[in-house]
Design a protein around this ligand. Structure first.
Ligand SMILES: O=C(O)c1cc(C(=O)O)c2c(n1)C(=O)C(=O)c1cc(C(=O)O)[nH]c1-2
Length: 242
């Protein structure tokens, strides 16, 4: 398979399986979420945010090539930032505040849905344990993220009072961060997936990752939209407010 056809195969996986197809995504972006459903999303998505730099650190711990580590380390810096200015994690907590949550409550990780925690933990383990090709390929959902971030900025600004340039700064910043990361990751995968078996491995990794994202929105939808069955220990409306 040529590089072009492998890239097309990976993009097709996104077209069919990325979480922009999930009903919760449409509900959120079209203004259909109640304030508590938005809060539930912010609390649960925190678990993903918190896991990303940990999985990138797990990835880097496996890289023997300093050039690869040099490329990868900006991902951790993007999320953790410096002491003064912070990074994506701090910007996420701005969003938490804007929707009326106590940022310390959100940062504590309390109330996260069990399925969400399982999914993000699985992502960290996958990147730590699987062949490097699959660890890199699993990050390629970011090929599809800028589109969803643009839709989110536009949809939230249009429909919700809490949305502002400041509260949505997380997503705006990702519009420039993600393409830089994914350009490197895609090039690396297209170069290193040089046998049919490795092409299949890359595709499987991307499917695994779309499942990590999909499972999180399924859990959210089931707990807070339909049928509204909140698992034991998960966040209940009214908790963790500022
Ligand atoms: O809002 C989203 O839908 C979304 C999706 C993804 C993704 O595709 O995994 C990421 C992000 N956001 C994101 O903000 C982010 O920093 C990020 C890092 C990664 C990764 O796998 O390394 N994915 C994503």
């Amino acid at each position: 398979m040529s590089r072009e056809s492998l890239e097309a195969r990976l993009r097709q996986i996104g077209a069919e399986r990325y979480h922009d197809k999930h009903p919760f995504h449409h509900l959120l972006h079209s203004g259909g979420c109640t304030p508590d459903q938005v809060r539930a999303w912010v609390i649960n998505r925190w678990a993903y945010q918190a896991a990303i730099p940990m999985k990138d650190a797990a990835f880097m711990s496996r890289c023997t090539d300093p050039a690869m580590r040099r490329e990868w380390r900006s991902r951790i810096e993007d999320h953790d930032g410096g002491v003064e200015e912070g990074g994506g994690i701090r910007r996420w907590l701005k969003l938490a505040e804007a929707v009326g949550l106590d940022p310390d409550f959100v940062a504590s990780g309390r109330g996260v849905l069990p399925a969400t925690q399982f999914a993000v933990d699985a992502y960290i383990r996958y990147v730590r344990d699987m062949p490097l090709l699959q660890a890199v390929a699993s990050s390629l959902t970011e090929l599809f993220a800028p589109k969803i971030h643009e839709q989110r900025i536009e949809g939230l600004l249009q429909h919700y009072d809490f949305a502002s340039t400041e509260s949505l700064s997380y997503f705006r910043k990702r519009l420039t961060e993600a393409p830089k990361d994914v350009a490197f990751g895609l090039e690396w995968v297209l170069t290193h997936a040089d046998t049919p078996e490795k092409e299949d491995m890359a595709a499987e990794a991307l499917i695994f990752k779309t499942n990590v994202l999909w499972a999180q929105l399924d859990a959210l939808h089931s707990a807070y939209v339909e049928p509204g069955r909140i698992p034991p220990g998960a966040w209940h409306p009214g908790e963790g407010l500022a």
